[in-house]
Design a protein around this ligand. Structure first.
Ligand SMILES: O=C(O)/C=C/C(=O)CC(=O)CC(=O)O
Ligand SMILES: [Ca+2]
Ligand SMILES: [Mg+2]
Length: 363
């Protein structure tokens, strides 16, 4: 069964006319944690109070949720609930950790330069995104307007299939993060919607801004790290060897296969296993300067692209030169009414749920 007792991801749900509360997905049901376990932490409208409690409490909650799920009580059919943004997102950071994606985008955006800038193999390159525009899967996405450079609706609206990491335990200013599993609660699927025409014009020299800040979608379900134990793998080998603060202390590569569906047709199946930088290295890098973490921080891997299986349309269609074929039509970039759904699985059958969104016309 999908979403069996080895999975048990967390989300926030409501029944009609009732307040939001924390739930755990069990098959096609939501386990109402406040009803099953009692406690204010689960009656909250976001996972943040639970996130702040730390690893021992996360593991206790998981063990108790598994027992409760097995009894069959307090299970609400998914069809009777609305799912909400699971996390009150504090800060949002987006990395650029796929060698294939970074090389492809370099070739497309900067054809006269080396595809990878000299820093790329020395640190996980990233930028700060806009936490306030992170939306839950299923939220419609309005096509953005902006300078392309003439003003108007984006004509190159794209997706980025990513894996996101939700921070539970914060750090104080000046303090570096400790072990990955002591800070990171779990994993989400992310679609970092990107207006390539706006991006290409605005990004020099400071990086992405309005081309990516209009909306970022995340899955309704956050998979706890403990559900991914069997998917952990050594990261890809790195040359040159990273500085000591970036040294991997434990295997935090993840054997996940993503699937990108455009209007119901699978267009790519990138592997997260092939990422160059692993999420523990991203966390270490993000805090090495003393920048503090907050409960609810979300950091995403950057586009997950592997050889022949890119996580964006700009790569898949080579900037529109080579359209993808769908039944009875083709696509370069997204059209109004298109729906993109990203799913992911471990090789052991743990599902990371989905992140989905449909494009609405510009206003
Ligand atoms: O190479 C560039 O100038 C831009 C790259 C991106 O758009 C990628 C980005 O947002 C980070 C990522 O998703 O990997
Ligand atoms: Ca991105
Ligand atoms: Mg975004």
């Amino acid at each position: 069964m999908s979403f069996g007792l080895g999975n048990l991801p967390y989300g926030v749900f409501s029944r009609p006319g009732e307040p939001r509360r924390v739930g755990v997905r069990v098959g096609d049901h939501v386990l109402d944690l406040a009803a099953a376990l009692g406690g204010d932490v689960y009656a909250a409208p976001s996972l943040n109070p639970l996130l702040a409690l730390g690893r021992t409490a996360w593991q206790e909650t998981r063990a108790r949720a598994r027992e409760a799920a097995a009894t069959g009580d307090h299970l609400v059919p998914l069809t009777e609930v609305t799912l909400h943004l699971p996390v009150e997102v504090a800060d949002y950071v987006d990395f650029y950790a796929s060698l294939e994606h970074a090389s492809n985008l370099g070739r497309i955006f900067r054809p006269d330069d080396e595809p990878l800038k000299p820093n790329w193999r020395h640190l996980p390159v990233g930028y700060h995104g806009r936490a306030g525009t992170v939306v839950v899967s299923g939220t419609p996405i309005r096509r953005p307007c902006g300078q392309r450079p003439s003003f108007g609706p984006s004509q190159r609206l794209d997706i980025e299939a990513e894996v996101g990491f939700v921070v539970g335990v914060p750090t104080r200013p000046g303090e570096r993060a400790g072990a990955f599993e002591d800070h990171v609660f779990g994993v989400a699927l992310v679609n970092d919607w990107s207006a390539r025409d706006i991006q290409a014009w605005e990004y020099v020299p400071l990086g992405p801004f309005l081309g990516k800040s209009f909306a970022t979608s995340m899955s309704a379900w956050i998979t706890p790290l403990d559900a991914l134990e069997e998917a952990r793998v050594e990261g890809r080998s790195q040359e040159p060897e990273p500085l000591p603060y970036l040294a991997r202390q434990a295997p935090w590569g993840l054997d996940l296969t993503l699937r990108v569906d455009l209007n119901g047709e699978t267009v790519s199946t990138p592997s997260f296993r092939d990422m160059y930088w692993t999420p523990d290295q991203m966390l270490a890098h993000m805090t090495v300067n003393g920048a503090s973490l907050r409960t609810g921080d979300l950091f995403a891997s950057g586009t997950v692209s592997s050889v022949g299986q890119p996580g964006s349309l700009i790569e898949l269609t080579w900037n529109g030169a080579d359209p993808v074929k769908l039944p009875g039509e083709t696509r370069t970039f997204l059209e109004d009414g298109d729906t993109v759904t990203i799913t992911a699985w471990t090789s052991h059958g743990i599902s990371l749920g989905e992140v989905s969104g449909r494009i609405l016309p510009a206003t």
